[in-house]
Design a binder for this molecule. Structure first.
Ligand code: SF4
Length: 401
């Protein structure tokens, strides 16, 4: 098989691994410009905030596993291909020297065994680092159940390593695979990586959930990811809405993209807003509210804590107020030391989304809106803003204002 043909197959097959929030844009399937899904190149962010292009590819899409949510599982009748380590190194070096890419994101199906395939993947990384002296970004997927010595080597050579957890528990994994052992293959591998990372704090570990493939609730994902952050010191988790494939009927396909978005918002609140686990509001069915974002749901359910006086509110109170994100919170804390906050224009200049914040704040003892006001008018103001509305109503960008 020609190298380009392999690239077509293995670049396309790699698109289901998410390594940056931008990769989760699945709305505009036919797009020819700016689309991240077709194949080959995706983007990620370095610790210093730079956006870099990654060559995103599989070593092979041959796989002995039967994961029901995966395009590459052993039951699927699809074209299969495999790179040799030499081929992949040669391709990457060519792409890099032509400035097409700045880093590598290498994943793989499991051919023969996790150890056998990891050997090939590590050869690629080792040759890039040692023979070609490549010093750029490498994200390597660790194959479930591989030997600890391989994880040790991966940690020594890469910037980021990850194993996809996919589902919150054994019970959910059993619905999707008869071969994968959740405790041993997934949690065991995450644990081994975490152990290695204690010796090397510059390398980070991430994971990914596939959302909606196993009938799991948002609450179950929340409990699982909280434990990962707490126990294994993960850098972050990604959420990817399940995309139905032949041979596997989705349990429930409604709201999958909204769910994905809500889970990212929940995750931001955990990592960047210091929300405690008891502050998330789940519906009776165990899912987040899909009409309002988790921060608005928190505020509306805790109206006894609002309105807050912006001149005196603590950082924690500001971060729990709709319309105020970490950046605008920092600006309020800084500016109010020297300036009295008296009107909404000041807040707007600080990046606060004032329409969302109004019912929850006091300025100079004055209130600017009631919660009921949010539901007046043609559209409820507390619904999720579109990007256009969001850009119009804010000057600065915060993850969840
Ligand atoms: S092990 Fe990975 S590549 Fe293989 S079927 Fe499962 S998810 Fe797909």
């Amino acid at each position: 098989m020609e190298l380009l043909e392999k690239l077509e197959i293995l670049g396309t097959a790699a698109k289901f691994d998410v390594c940056a929030a931008s990769s989760s844009n699945k709305r505009f399937q036919g797009a020819s410009f700016g689309a991240v899904s077709p194949s080959g190149v995706c983007h990620s962010f370095t610790p210093d905030g730079r956006c870099i292009s990654l060559f995103k590819v599989l070593m092979t899409n041959e796989c002995e596993q039967d994961c029901g949510y995966c395009q590459n599982n052993c039951y699927r009748d699809i074209p299969r291909a495999r790179f040799t380590p030499d081929e992949l190194v040669q391709l990457f070096v060519q792409f890099y020297t032509r400035n097409y890419v700045e880093g590598l994101f290498l994943s793989s199906g499991i051919r023969a065994s996790s150890n056998r395939t990891m050997e090939d993947m590590l050869q690629v990384v080792e040759r890039l680092r040692i023979k070609h002296r490549f010093g750029g970004y490498i994200h390597l997927k660790i194959l479930p159940g591989c030997e600890e010595s391989m994880i040790e080597k991966a940690v020594a050579l890469c910037n980021r390593v990850s194993v996809n957890i996919e589902v919150p528990s054994d019970r959910h994994m059993e619905k999707l695979s008869r071969k994968k052992d959740f405790q041993r293959d997934i949690l065991g591998t995450i644990g081994k990586i975490s152990k290695q990372l204690k010796h090397d704090r510059q390398v980070t570990q991430t994971t990914q959930y596939v959302v909606g493939a196993a009938g799991e609730t948002d609450r179950e994902i929340f409990d699982s990811v909280s434990q990962l952050y707490h126990t294994y010191n993960l850098k972050r988790a990604y959420y990817s809405a399940y995309q139905p494939i032949a041979h596997h009927s989705a349990v429930k396909r409604d709201n999958l993209l909204v769910r994905e978005n809500r889970l990212y918002q929940m995750d931001f609140l955990m990592r960047q807003y210091q929300f405690r686990s008891d502050e998330f509001i789940f519906e009776k069915d165990g899912n987040l509210n899909y009409k309002v974002d988790p921060k608005m749901a928190y505020a509306v359910n805790n109206m006894h804590l609002f309105p807050i006086d912006l001149q005196r509110a603590t950082e924690a109170q500001l971060l729990r107020t709709p319309g105020i994100g970490p950046a605008s919170c920092r600006r309020i804390l800084q500016i109010r030391k020297s300036v009295k906050l008296t009107d909404l224009k000041q807040l707007k200049h600080m990046g606060v989304v004032v329409k969302r914040a109004a019912p929850f704040i006091l300025l100079n003892g004055k209130s600017f809106g009631r919660l009921e006001d949010l539901t007046k008018g043609e559209r409820p103001l507390y619904e999720q803003l579109t990007i256009e509305q969001f850009m119009k109503e804010t000057i600065h960008y915060d993850s969840i204002p």
